[in-house]
Design a protein around this ligand. Sequence first.
Ligand SMILES: [Zn+2]
Length: 391
Amino acid sequence: MSSSTAITNIATLVTNDPSLGDNSPLGLLQDAAVVIDGDRVVWTGESSKAPATDNRVDAGGRAVLPGFVDSHSHLVFAGDRTQEFNARMSGRAYSAGGIRTTVAATRAATDAELEANLTRYLAEALRQGTTTFETKSGYGLTTEDESRALRIAAGHTDEVTYLGAHIVSPDFADDPAGYVALVTGEMLDACAPYARWIDVFCEQGAFDGDQARAILTAGKARGLHPRIHANQLSYGPGVQLAVELDAASADHCTHLTDADVEALASGGTVATLLPGAEFSTRAEWPSARRLLDAGATVALSTDCNPGSSFTSSVPFCIALAVREMGMTPDEAVWSATAGGARALRRDDVGRLAPGARADLVLLDAPSHVHLAYRPGVPLVAGVWRRGVREV
Ligand SMILES: [Zn+2]
């Protein structure tokens, strides 16, 4: 038998359901309560009208919002790239090639080492409010190493992405076509059982538009849904391809033409922005404002990986998105919760309405705006995941 809990005396409740609150996209409620029963939300409303429950938690005039949905991370890896980061901050540019360093370390690691590393970063993310996350392979680049990365990831999340096409494997340096054949053939066969998604790094130095199309099309034929690393370091065909193939998400979207923005605004593909990457590579910021003004759906995620964005903190990304990418605090919070859910084509997470999963964050602040207003401050005071208090 499940037990019910009312969290009362919430100064600001973000529901992400306009009809439950003030009709804004965040569906804000003041002086609110939320009731959870088992792993689900069953009621939201005025605190004074909360129904009787088995347990009661007094939020003490603080804010509650949906748990963050981090729809883009790379957490199955070994080693780190401190030296590369240090060199870059001393003036050297970032290119896709640094991935090879992590590939070598990941191949050399045992399953237990990879799992311990993954578990550590997941715990770190949970403490910062992340209750749903996607993660990828991409540091193995052999059939055996890619499939074991996905098998390990699948033990921790349903949102597993096959990224054999992260870069051309160093073993195929002189035969990129041979590597695409592997990624779309034997490697795909071994990886598909563990994955929901297929991804490709469509970029100069990684895979071009034709290769990316072949890879994603092969994945779709095996029942995987596409998502793309697109237009991160340069203009290119990635975003258009994402929309054409009905990818759930085009990720990075830093270098966009007007036609790219238009395609995202009119198609069903979410634009996922990853400001940790621009921060950690001193790169040009994507313009969230331009995408939002055009009518595109924007998600915000960490891109947590040891090379270009070694942060697991969604609150940090919210602060960056507001300060550097033209988002309002409301938009950034929506994008890191409901937006992330859209990028994973989910409607059971990223919102706090009856029937949704009881994934909640309690902030040590009276409103969600403090996530951007107080950058770098550990504001997450409580986290419930599937109705269970974890933090
Ligand atoms: Zn990435």
